[in-house]
Write a protein that binds this ligand. Structure first.
Ligand SMILES: [Zn+2]
Length: 311
């Protein structure tokens, strides 16, 4: 992360995503470093637990992606948008895990997201929710784990500009935007714009940014607060992003004042029920990074900044 100059708001978004296990989208014109940021994301995730090491290593040994190595870091998988359906979802006569399973306990990165085939995008929707994928075969079905954080990167429109310089036809633009709407895209919690770098920011004197290690330490601390809170409320240990609607009231109670402020704001912004819950979970993650026991107004206000604004 320290090698990527600037892009502080994108880095903040990635830190929140890592801390709460939230799926994240990076959008902006080509050449702004979206891919580099996504790759650096892996480095701020907590290391795998002993149990996860066994899980992930077994998957990769079935898939024969490694020799006899034991995998101790969260995997990072970045299939190309031309990759086959079976290679991403999984399949074959003797079903093999696809990229969604190979990224279990790690990161699935879909660069140039709108270029992916619609059938692949549709097939990934359920596993993102269920954290596992079932591949149906004539002689029975196979279920593989698929618990990952999804990172997508995309241009604002096919030509890349997305502003008044845009040369895309209305039809092409419409087709592109349809790809990034609907139920799949609704699973993405955090949206961050990655903009062109202002080089004046980086004089010779300007030091390097924060290292991945520093960010990873904050992420790990925020994770342990989440697990601790779950245990306190008799909920299975999980990240904020994974809390169900019923669990939210128990695990993330809001003060009456904050609750009425948030409801009024949500109404004014036209947030859906899902949008409300999503914002609440992100707000909780921000408060965890802040080391705060209670979610405050500033946490909710920051969380609201990460909703999707490009369509
Ligand atoms: Zn365009």
């Amino acid at each position: 992360m320290s090698l990527i100059r600037g892009q502080e708001s994108a880095k903040r978004g990635l830190e929140i995503a890592a801390a709460g296990g939230h799926n994240i989208a990076l959008y902006g014109p080509p050449g702004t470093g979206k891919t580099m940021l996504a790759k650096a994301f892996q480095g701020i995730l907590p290391p795998l637990s002993d149990e996860e090491v066994i899980e992930v290593t077994s998957i990769h040994s079935i898939a024969r992606t490694l020799g006899n190595d034991v995998i101790v870091a969260p995997p990072f998988r970045a299939p190309h948008h031309t990759a086959s359906y079976a290679s991403i979802v999984g399949g074959g006569a003797f079903p093999r895990p696809g990229e969604i399973t190979l990224s279990h306990r790690g990161v699935l990165f879909l660069d140039e997201f709108p270029e992916f085939n619609s059938s692949v995008i549709d097939a990934l929707r359920e596993p993102l929710e269920e954290k596992r994928i079932t591949i149906a075969r004539a002689r029975g079905s196979v279920t593989f784990p698929a618990h990952c954080i999804l990172v997508i990167a995309m241009n604002p429109c096919p030509c890349g500009y997305g502003d008044d310089r845009c040369t895309c036809s209305a039809a092409r633009r419409g087709q592109y935007l349809r790809k990034i709407s609907g139920p799949f895209i609704d699973r993405i919690d955090v949206w961050v714009a990655v903009s062109k770098i202002d080089y004046d920011e980086f004089g010779v004197e300007s030091g390097r940014g924060e290292t991945s290690e520093t960010m990873a330490m904050r992420v790990e601390k925020a994770r342990s607060l989440q697990y601790h809170r779950c245990r306190e409320h008799d909920v299975k240990e999980k990240c904020n992003s994974e809390l169900g609607v019923a669990e939210l009231e128990k695990v993330i109670p809001l003060s009456p004042a904050l609750s009425s402020f948030f409801s009024a704001t949500a109404e004014r912004l036209g947030l859906s029920g899902r949008g409300y819950h999503r914002t609440l979970k992100i707000g909780r993650t921000i408060a965890d990074l802040d080391g705060k026991e209670e979610v405050g107004k500033t946490h909710i206000l920051e969380a609201l900044q990460y909703r999707q604004k490009i369509i």
